[in-house]
Design a protein around this ligand. Structure first.
Ligand code: SAM
Length: 609
């Protein structure tokens, strides 16, 4: 019995947030919504809708509570071993060497499943081949989980299920965290995809959707499985979770390994005319169907997939509504030869496909074909299927136009996002490298500064030493200066002493150096000759203008200058300072140095009365 109040909550989420939870199984969905309501202290669904309207952040919190992101690497070890050893080699052999391998992990949560797939494929193909050929599209509806997945970094606890040899080969350890190998990481493309509302990714070889389908009700599961069927290449493999099961009445998927939930899209390429149910819902449902023909006709006409049926002689037998809209066909076109309709050559030369399906008695599928109509662009995949009667005779050909525009656009968006991601990654890498370079430059600047600092330190030490030396030289000079000052004092005393002797002598005393210049001229000499001391000292004896006939004295002075033992006494008539003629006794002696050499001459002069 549906709980109207609860259904209102779901309706509100669908209308206000465009998130459709109506396809989820009610029991667990209701339990989780209640859990959130208890956390915010609300008991009534109507009040909770109010709460959702008032609090902008509440939706994110509820979303996180509802979506269960539990996952693990190689979750259910045995099933992964079966996939790796029994399924992947065969699948790869069927794809052909050099061809791309396209994988979809739907409901990938925080990425462990997608990276597990990368490891399994790289192990089976070799890393080089893997890098060249594999693309793993990993999608989820939960952006937060996707953001975590994109990081590709896991802790030890999360990596418990990864065998040590795979851990060593595919992860790089850094500070207790493990990053999935960058080279392989590039082949995994994460994107948001709502399995209930969004178009599937197409041309998939291996589709892994584990522990996700079980959250949906039977009807939604059927819808999703129909899309998976469409997404898979012929012979493509579907890998479900342990608790999930699909039952195909029309043998659209055949079991490869039922125990491990591995299925193959069957060779029969007819469109899904069956329903898929989960194990939990499986029970024998037999119901009588009235007016089967009418139902079949109605189902055909209202099918969302455009279809046209032609007879073996290429007369149009049936056209459904979607085909009429898409190709501007009219109900009156039924019964006309196909070749008379524009459809026979646009968007593609259709008759070739019809002819091959009829003669080869197998489905013939086209590549994606671009088709513009009313300003809108479509991408179609066209399949011509032979229709066989009970006797296996071809009675016609049905042409199905699968509109894969949404998938095509999603793929383009994914590829664009991938390119942008790669550019961003490269930019990040180059910024990182620049930072590393700057860091190294800074490091070397620091080293240079350290060297300069050391040099300055040693220069400083040298200057200090020099300073100390200068200080001691200064001290020595000071001492010498003191000594000199002392000596000068002593000399002054001696000079004063000599001066007083010379002054005290009444006789005129003149001292000459070896060049006959006057070194001393006492007061007696001033008195006798009338020449002042300052006029005489420093002058050559022969240049002094006095009454003394110095020319007469010259021979004696010369001899005294040459001979230390020389002394003589002369009596010379002179004119004194008063201009009187007087007789002067002159004693001329040699002046001896301390070493006993002649050092000058000494003249002692006395006026005789
Ligand atoms: C229990 S996890 C399974 C993770 C992984 N596949 C595994 O088996 O380990 C279920 C995942 O399905 C996602 N999911 C729920 N509803 C979804 C939807 N409508 N479309 C896409 N993913 C959905 C959830 O976000 C969650 O990450």
């Amino acid at each position: 019995m549906p709980d109207d109040a609860f259904e209102n909550v779901l309706l509100h989420l669908k209308e206000s947030r465009a998130f459709d939870f109506t396809g989820y199984k009610r029991t667990s969905l209701q339990r989780r919504v209640r859990h959130r309501m208890t956390q915010v202290g609300i008991d009534d669904y109507t009040d909770y809708v109010d709460h959702l309207q008032v609090n902008a952040d509440e939706f994110a919190a509820l979303f996180n509570t509802i979506l269960i992101n539990v996952t693990a690497f190689l979750r259910d070890e045995d099933a992964w071993a079966a996939l790796r050893h029994s399924v992947v080699p065969q699948l790869l052999a069927g794809i052909g060497s050099g061809e791309p391998v396209r994988v979809w992990s739907a409901g990938c949560a925080s990425g462990e499943e997608a990276y597990s797939l990368a490891m399994v494929l790289a192990e089976e193909m070799g890393v080089e081949e893997f890098r060249k050929r594999v693309k793993i599209y990993a999608t989820d509806v939960d952006e937060e989980a996707l953001a975590q997945a994109r990081q590709a970094v896991y802790g030890e606890r999360e990596l418990q299920g990864v065998p040590p040899e795979l851990l060593a080969a595919y992860f790089e350890q850094s500070g207790g965290r493990y990053a999935f190998h960058k080279d392989l990481r590039r082949s995994v493309i994460f994107g948001r995809n709502d399995l209930v509302q969004d178009a599937p990714i197409s041309r998939i070889d291996l589709l892994v959707c584990r522990n996700t389908l079980m959250y949906f009700n039977q009807e939604t599961q059927s819808k999703i499985l129909g899309r998976f069927h469409f997404a898979l290449n012929p012979g493509g493999v579907l890998f479900l979770g342990k608790a999930e099961m699909l039952l195909s009445h029309g043998r659209i998927f055949e079991a490869i390994d039922l125990k491990h939930r591995l299925f193959r899209k069957s060779g029969n390429d007819s469109p899904p005319v069956t329903s898929f149910v989960s194990q939990a819902y499986f029970h024998d449902r037999r119901s009588s169907v009235d007016s089967l023909d009418r139902l079949q006709e109605h189902a055909f006409l209202s099918s969302p997939v455009a279809q046209v049926v032609v007879t073996t002689d290429e007369v149009v037998a049936l056209i459904n509504q979607r085909a009429q809209e898409l190709f501007d066909l009219l109900p009156g076109d039924v019964g006309r030869p196909l070749r008379d309709l524009e459809l026979s050559y646009r968007p593609v030369e259709l008759r070739g496909y019809v002819e091959r399906a009829r003669t080869e008695r197998r489905a013939v599928r086209s590549e994606e074909i671009e088709w513009s109509r009313g300003g809108e662009r479509y991408w179609l995949e066209i399949t011509a299927n032979p229709l066989l009667d009970v006797a296996k005779r071809v009675i016609g050909v049905t042409v199905v136009f699968d509109d894969v525009s949404a998938a095509h656009r999603l793929l383009q968006d994914l590829e664009l996002a991938n390119r942008q991601l790669e550019t961003a990654y490269e930019e990040l890498q180059s910024t990182n490298e620049e930072l590393e370079t700057t860091n190294e430059e800074l490091q070397s600047t620091v080293e240079e500064l350290e060297t300069t600092n050391e040099e300055l330190q040693s220069t400083n030490e040298e200057l200090e030493t020099m300073n100390e030396e200068l200080q001691s030289t200064n001290d020595e000079l000071q001492a010498i200066n003191d000594t000199l000052r002392e000596r000068s004092g002593e000399l002054d005393q001696v000079n004063d002493f000599l001066e007083s002797i010379l002054t005290s002598l009444r006789a005129g005393v003149v001292v000459l150096d070896l060049g006959m210049r006057v070194m001393a001229w006492n007061s007696g000499a001033e008195e006798l000759w009338g020449v002042r001391r300052d006029e005489a000292e420093g002058e050559h004896l022969l240049n002094i203008d006095s009454g003394l006939p110095v020319a007469d004295l010259r021979p004696a002075v010369r001899q005294a200058l040459n001979d230390v033992s020389f002394t003589t006494e002369l009596k010379i008539t002179s004119v004194n300072r008063k201009g009187r003629e007087v007789l002067v006794r002159v004693v001329c002696s040699s002046l001896r140095s301390a070493s006993g050499q002649p050092n000058g001459a000494l003249l002692v002069m006395e006026q005789q009365d």
